[in-house]
Design a protein around this ligand. Structure first.
Ligand code: ZN
Length: 248
């Protein structure tokens, strides 16, 4: 397929124009016009670029691309190295940030909810990015923690009493610890996100709502893979996910 077709299809699928985001969504670095193989990754790190190029990707699709709003805009240091490599190899970089978190089926939150067996009951937060749902059967916080450990292959950091019963849950992948208070206002038993801040401990402790920090990378591995699989099936193009382990 053509890069322009891929760009337009993704823009419409993910409704990228509807989001106010911190980075450009869509083509961030333009490569060759024809795309036969797409690589996906959580972050456009040097390792993901190296492996995708070695594999023969024509385009790399990621959740965390480049050109973040508050970042230094100059192309020096690691930014120069990464962008020069893309340009030298004539490979495109496409990034989908908030639109990929939010998508109702392929998004990070949709995929995370499915993996953890959470039925969606609604949305909340800025741009309706965070999800509300419930476990099919209530579990203790200790049991739910074990389930998350198994499903994500990573032990979360959990604040709360392990014997507490968990039924209603809110979740938002990545660095969404700032939505904890909004999640508490929804009347949930637990909130799951990717990272934790100092004040989250006190908020959890004083409200009794459990806080589960399940890993920024660990909670955001699924949306971009689902997008890659979807595109591969729909357009008959090759797809491979490149996962660089990240403890955060
Ligand atoms: Zn993220």
């Amino acid at each position: 397929m053509l890069l322009n077709e891929l760009r337009d299809y993704n823009a419409s699928l993910l409704q990228t124009s509807l989001f106010k985001d911190y980075c450009p969504n869509g083509v961030q670095v333009e490569g060759r016009a024809e795309v036969r193989r797409i690589a996906t990754g959580v972050t456009a790190s040097q390792q993901v670029l190296d492996e995708a190029i070695e594999w023969g990707a024509d385009a790399i699709l990621v959740h965390h691309g480049y050109f973040w709003r508050n970042e230094d805009a100059t192309i020096v240091g690691i930014r120069k190295k990464r962008i020069a490599q893309l340009l030298r190899n004539d490979i495109s970089l496409l990034a989908y940030h908030l639109p990929l978190d939010a998508h109702a089926e392929l998004g990070n939150n949709a995929q995370l909810g499915k993996l953890l067996g959470l039925a969606e009951h609604g949305r909340f937060g800025e741009q309706n990015i965070a999800w509300l749902g419930a476990l099919e059967q209530p579990q203790t916080l200790a049991q739910f923690t074990q389930q998350i450990t198994d499903d994500l292959q990573r032990a979360p950091q959990v604040i709360g009493d392990g014997s507490k019963s968990i039924s209603k849950v809110a979740w938002c992948s990545g660095g969404a610890q700032g939505y904890f208070e909004a999640a508490i206002a929804q009347g949930v038993d637990a909130y799951i996100t990717g990272e934790i801040s100092e004040q989250n401990f006190h908020l959890s402790n004083e409200t009794g709502v459990a806080f589960i920090s399940a890993g920024h990378h660990a909670t955001e591995r699924f949306g971009i893979q689902a997008l890659g699989e979807h595109l591969s099936k729909r357009f008959g193009i090759g797809h491979r996910f490149f996962d660089q382990a990240n403890p955060v």
